[in-house]
Every structure is written in C-alpha cells, then in structure tokens.
Design a protein around this ligand. Structure first.
Ligand SMILES: [Mn+2]
Length: 195
C-alpha cells in the first residue's frame, strides 16, 4: 500500500493529512470550510484514494492560509506515498462534465513543479468560498508534489459546477498517473532513469 501521513504546523495553520493512493475513495475531512471539504471529497472519490484531512487554520482572518496550506500538506503526503515511481503510468488526464460545465486536467508526475491554470469563474465566491483560493490550493499542491499540472475549464456558467469539474478531473487524472502499468513493472517511466 502506498500511504503516508504528514503533519505541518505553522503559526497560521495546523494540518494533518493521511493518504492511501491504493484506497477506495474513503475520506474524512474537517477543515472548517464546507465547500473545500466537498472538493477534497471529489479528489478522493474520483481518484480512488483514501484521504483524511484535519485542519485548524486562522479562519478569523480568511480562508487563504488554510486552503493554501492544505494544498501544500496534501502535496507533501502525496509525494511521500508515491515512493520511487517505478512502474506507474506517470501521465494522467481526464475530461469531466457536470451539466453545462466541462473541465480538462492533464498532469505529469515529473518531479518538477509547474501549474498552468485557466478558469474564468463566473462569480467571485461560491457561498462564502473565494474562488481565487482554488488556484492557491493547486499551486500549493504542485509546489510540494512536484507535479506538472494543466487545468482548463473549457465551459461553464455555474461556478460551483466549474470548480467541481476541475476537482473531479484532477482526481481522475491522478488516479491514471499513479496506477501501475504491468508492462512497466519495476521500470522507471523516464529515459533519464529518474523522476
Ligand atoms: Mn457539488
């Protein structure tokens, strides 16, 4: 089982993330941010990963530090659980629709951080959740999981739908990338020999 637990504590946030890449989508979230819990649930369910997130952040300021630091801690846990990357697909992609919305996520477990994020949200906030923080979450994840991540929202009028298609496609793409290819057993999926 590829699993890891990371605790990360700063003066702004205290976060513990557990992840099992070979799970069944069982999740538990306690972040104080209902919408973020709903999005994290999409990653676990569609990524078929077991994920637990406990977070106490400085929400009296706003949700920025909490969301960014959950992205960072999830990225650290993901990288640790992934191990040596031998035999994995390495690349993953998915298109996910939800009614009128459609998003595409393409990623490479490259060992290099890179985020290309293209989404024009139709609202500034979803409930009380500032949509700017979705980019912050993925930037935190990418910087610490060392992933190349291209996110494009291709269509959508409802910003809840736009966000949800991004997180579902991200989960699906991660699942594809971490899955072992039996023909690649024991082989590093790079001509360089390391990732
Ligand atoms: Mn929803």
């Amino acid at each position: 089982m590829r699993q890891a637990e990371i605790s990360r504590n700063t003066l702004e946030t205290q976060i513990t993330v557990s992840i099992n890449l070979d799970g069944s989508g069982v999740s538990q979230f306690n972040t104080g941010l209902g919408f973020l819990d709903h999005m994290l649930d999409q990653i676990a369910r569609h990524g078929m990963m077991d994920i637990q997130v406990q977070a106490k952040g400085d929400l009296h300021i706003d949700a920025h530090h909490t969301v960014e630091d959950i992205g960072i801690t999830l990225g650290q846990a993901f990288l640790k659980a992934l191990g040596d990357k031998k035999g994995i697909n390495r690349y993953g992609h998915a298109y996910v629709p939800l009614d009128e919305a459609l998003s595409r996520v393409v990623l490479d477990l490259s060992g290099r951080p890179g985020l290309e994020f293209s989404c024009e949200f139709t609202r500034a906030a979803i409930g009380e959740f500032d949509v700017d923080l979705i980019h912050e979450f993925f930037q935190g994840f990418v910087n610490h999981a060392l992933v190349t991540l291209h996110i494009d929202n291709l269509k959508g009028h409802n910003s809840h739908h736009q966000a949800e298609t991004i997180f579902k496609a991200f989960g699906r793409a991660l699942r594809m990338a971490v899955t072992h290819d039996p023909r690649m057993a024991g082989i590093m999926p790079s001509t360089k020999g390391s990732l």
